[in-house]
Design a protein around this ligand. Structure first.
Ligand SMILES: Cc1cc2nc3c(=O)[nH]c(=O)nc-3n(C[C@H](O)[C@H](O)[C@H](O)COP(=O)(O)OP(=O)(O)OC[C@H]3O[C@@H](n4cnc5c(N)ncnc54)[C@H](O)[C@@H]3O)c2cc1C
Length: 493
């Protein structure tokens, strides 16, 4: 780990997503003076839901793992002081967490490693040997993950043994394409295809959801965002909203502060960019970021975007579902380029439920509108969104039957996400943590500018769990291993 050459006291964090807020809370608790700057009028980034026609529309939290007592995300949220404030609902208690619907069979993802193994063995009776090979690493990774060892020694993950992709591993075991497609669904949650998803990364995601899966009660991501922001402010942290960081000021390879779009300057010993690295790179001039690093950052592959649709439906005909549905159309080799995610939840309106539908979508699909801004993209854009929404509705009707009292609440595209949180090309999960990019991304942790750090989903892994762990790792780098172990890790032992 690179050591800081000078003690840091005053820290500016760019971005108030769950990553920026988590890093801010940890450092504020540890005695730093932290100032978070957010370009939007409200904090929370992707964690925040939004309201349309009186309905809450979740954006970046549909479900997450490991929030039961003794489990890693709860331990981290407990440390932050938000665990008992965020209203949660456990999934998978009397049924599955996820139901995967394929053309001619269905697979249920249950809570618990043993139940998962049973389901696999029943669904694929001819692949007992392969299933044994799949379960062995799961048990090891589950222990590693549960003990939060990753916060102590993240380098362990970068052992060459873990560079192999889950897809390659399954090929080595002789796993059938159908079982590959079942196992591949979870990789869509982090935007990395099965054949590019590093083994350790795959098992962490699987372990995280199998340990226990949760969703926000009432789908209220805005409430969760406010709880994180209030916690940060109550610890003495400063939060500036509605002002965008424009430049990061570096002198002699040392951070001096940032300048905002309003013209205000904030002096700081440290800057933490809890935003996409490519957005950060654009804020540094050549004396700050050397051309080689700039080129490497520009060359990193991002995850794709997401197209999301929200429908209101009659709640008697379409009651709330305690699990998610994935409708999947795998290729012959088991890869999953096409698939739709459904979540059917209660709303505040009587007799009305809300269905969220999402599928991966590339920026190329929205190319004619690349140079437009939200709300001003024109009628052709609306037509294209309507066309795609109709395709989603047809898929929904095939699963749920005729959609009663159906109305479209809203739909958003990768361009919406691009403009909302400043994610290049509307990438949903930021830099792709693929096997082939593992080494290329390692340098992001060593930017050679004293006092500059990245945080959030781009530091280790996306998702609420990945972003939270990554933010703890950033705090570890800012504080140094000794102070981090002394001040923070003792709380987890
Ligand atoms: C559609 C979708 C669905 C998802 N579903 C799930 C899910 O069900 N479960 C799960 O675990 N994960 C899910 N995720 C992933 C998860 O939401 C993210 O990994 C996580 O929220 C990222 O947090 P972050 O803080 O790193 O980034 P962000 O939330 O993007 O925060 C970055 C913040 O920085 C701000 N910002 C950007 N540029 C500037 C600037 N120049 N100056 C000031 N502020 C700036 C942005 O406005 C934003 O508030 C989903 C993501 C998407 C897109």
């Amino acid at each position: 780990m690179r050591r800081q050459s000078r003690p840091l006291k005053n820290i500016v964090i760019i971005g108030s997503g769950i990553g920026g807020l988590t890093t801010g809370i940890i450092l504020q608790k540890s005695g730093y003076n932290v100032h978070i700057v957010e370009k939007n009028e409200r904090p929370g980034g992707l964690m925040r839901s939004y309201t349309r026609h009186g309905f809450d529309c979740p954006v970046g939290i549909h479900y997450m793992g490991s929030l039961a007592p003794g489990q890693p995300l709860l331990a981290l949220w407990d440390y932050l002081g938000v665990a008992d404030k965020i209203p949660l609902e456990r999934m998978g208690i009397n049924g599955p967490i996820d139901r995967y619907i394929f053309d001619n069979f269905t697979f249920d993802l249950p809570e618990g490693i043993a139940a998962f193994e049973d389901n696999l063995r029943q669904t694929f009776p001819r692949e007992q040997r392969q299933i044994t090979a799949i379960m062995q690493p799961l048990k090891i990774f589950c222990d590693y993950f549960s003990r939060l060892d990753i916060l102590l020694a993240p380098e362990k993950m970068l052992s060459p043994d873990n560079f192999i992709s889950m897809g390659e591993y399954l090929d080595q075991t002789g796993c059938s394409p159908l079982m590959k497609s079942v196992l591949g669904v979870l990789t869509t949650l982090v935007g990395v295809p099965l054949f590019q998803c590093p083994l350790f990364f795959y098992y962490m995601i699987l372990a995280s959801y199998l340990l226990s899966s949760w969703r926000l009660r009432d789908d209220n991501g805005s409430q969760a965002a406010e709880i994180f922001a209030d916690q940060f402010v109550s610890l003495g942290g400063r939060l500036t909203l509605g002002d965008m960081a424009q430049t990061i000021h570096v002198e002699d390879k040392q951070i001096k502060g940032i300048r905002l779009a309003s013209g205000a300057a904030i002096n700081a010993d440290g800057v933490i960019a809890a935003i996409h690295p490519q957005t950060m790179a654009a804020m540094l001039n050549d004396s700050g970021l050397n051309p080689a690093h700039r080129e490497r950052i520009a060359g990193l592959e991002n995850t794709k975007g997401i197209f999301s649709v929200y429908l209101s439906l009659d709640s008697e005909a379409h009651p709330e579902l305690p699990y998610n549905i994935y409708r999947l159309h795998p290729e012959e080799d088991g890869s999953l380029d096409r698939g739709l995610f459904f979540q059917l939840r209660k709303s505040h309106r009587p007799r009305t439920n809300v269905m969220t539908m999402m599928a991966s979508s590339t920026i190329q699909e929205w190319e004619p509108w690349l140079n437009t801004r939200s709300g001003r993209r024109g009628s052709n854009y609306v037509e294209k969104k309507t066309e795609k929404t109709d395709e989603f509705i047809a898929e929904a009707a095939a699963i749920f039957g005729p959609l009663k009292e159906m109305a479209v609440i809203d739909a958003h595209t990768p361009l919406t996400i691009r403009d909302y949180v400043g994610s290049p090309d509307g990438s949903a999960y930021g830099i792709m943590r693929s096997s082939r990019q593992l080494l290329q991304t390692a340098f992001l942790n060593r930017l050679n500018i004293d006092g500059l750090f990245l945080s959030g989903q781009n530091i280790m892994a996306p998702g609420i769990m990945g972003t939270t762990m990554g933010s703890f790792l950033t705090a570890r780098k800012v504080m140094g291993q000794k102070a981090f172990s002394h001040d923070i890790l003792k709380d987890f032992s």
